[in-house]
Design a protein around this ligand. Structure first.
Ligand code: GLU
Length: 313
């Protein structure tokens, strides 16, 4: 075993142990009833480096709801279908507002700021849906995630999707509001149905880190040899993750962690160290911005100890 691999494995185990002992764990997402009861005691971390070494710590195999992390995969899919025309329907500037905010939409004529706030992700989902039935679009998204992770066992938790559909009043408002500007093309119920379901995809840290590898390696998954996107597109998706991946906590995440990343209210974060590694972390307790509290701290420790911040060691 090389010393770099030994270092990586040691650092991952150390961080998992440090996180297990912490008492400040954040609060689970209470606005989705199915997620409100998740135990905040869990913590998982997986790093897959460019040689394919998998360093795992804590609850690396425990499945969780990926929620907004799915927006990275739907953005990739929608760019593949629509190319740069997608940017007519959604911007790529940080929003500085909460993940489910509606205020900006009025000023900006129903065009969401970026593909990672809820309004933006709903608009992107609508693009994927156009020309298809909701079932087909959802099947396509799920198969794409399975392909990225090279794992056909990945599935959707329909109870979580249903729980969100019943209580997703904000998202319903956002979608209707965008529909009034003609930004949403399909029936709002259909678009939201697909959106709630792709947010409810369940993965563990191992699968998620694997699915993110194409972003760490210029658009190609080195494990399967599959080219997913061009190097330019991978670079640009990483740029949007860096600037917009943590809602109004994106500046803080860049400041502390220094990697492109996307969080979800299920407590997961996918982070990319370009050219080095794909990283998945999960701990269900959230901070005030809706990002995993311990997940962010763990990534900060990881990039510091390994000198992986894209802004320098
Ligand atoms: N499905 C969640 C919602 O639409 C995703 C939010 C998140 O993970 O940040 O509210």
């Amino acid at each position: 075993m090389s010393s770099a691999v030994a270092d990586l494995e040691r650092v991952v185990k150390e961080i998992a142990e440090e996180m297990r002992q912490r008492t400040d764990r954040g609060e689970p997402a209470s606005y989705i009833p199915e997620l409100a009861n998740v135990d905040t005691g869990s913590f998982g971390l997986v790093v897959i480096d460019n040689d394919g070494t998998v360093a795992a710590g804590g609850d690396a195999d425990m499945p969780f709801s990926i929620q907004s992390i799915s927006k990275v995969f739907t953005l990739t899919l929608a760019l593949g279908k629509a190319g740069d025309r997608l940017w007519k329907h959604v911007g790529r500037e940080p929003s500085g507002s909460a993940f489910n905010s509606i205020v900006q939409l009025e000023y900006e004529h129903g065009i969401p700021r970026n593909p990672f706030i809820n309004a933006g992700a709903i608009a992107v989902t609508d693009r994927i849906l156009s020309g298809h039935q909701p079932k087909e679009a959802l099947g396509e998204i799920l198969r794409f995630v399975q392909f990225l992770a090279d794992d056909s066992s990945i599935a959707i938790d329909r109870t979580v999707a249903e729980s969100e559909r019943r209580t997703g009043f904000r998202n319903i408002a956002l979608a209707n509001y965008m529909k009034s500007f003609g930004v949403i093309e399909n029936p709002v119920d259909y678009t939201l149905g697909v959106y709630f379901h792709h947010c409810s995809i369940v993965m563990n840290c191992r699968q998620l880190a694997m699915a993110g590898r194409y972003l760490a390696h210029s658009g190609r998954n080195p494990a399967t040899g599959h080219r997913v996107v061009t190097p330019e597109r991978a670079r640009r998706i990483n740029a949007v993750m860096l600037t917009c991946g943590h809602y109004d906590g994106s500046g803080e995440f860049a400041y502390r962690v220094g990697l492109p990343g996307k969080s979800g209210v299920g407590g997961g974060i996918l982070a990319i160290a370009p050219g080095k590694a794909s990283i998945a972390v999960w701990s269900p307790g959230l901070d005030a911005y809706g990002n995993s509290h311990l997940g962010r701290i763990a990534l900060e420790l990881l990039t510091k100890r390994l000198g992986w911040s894209i802004f320098g060691a």
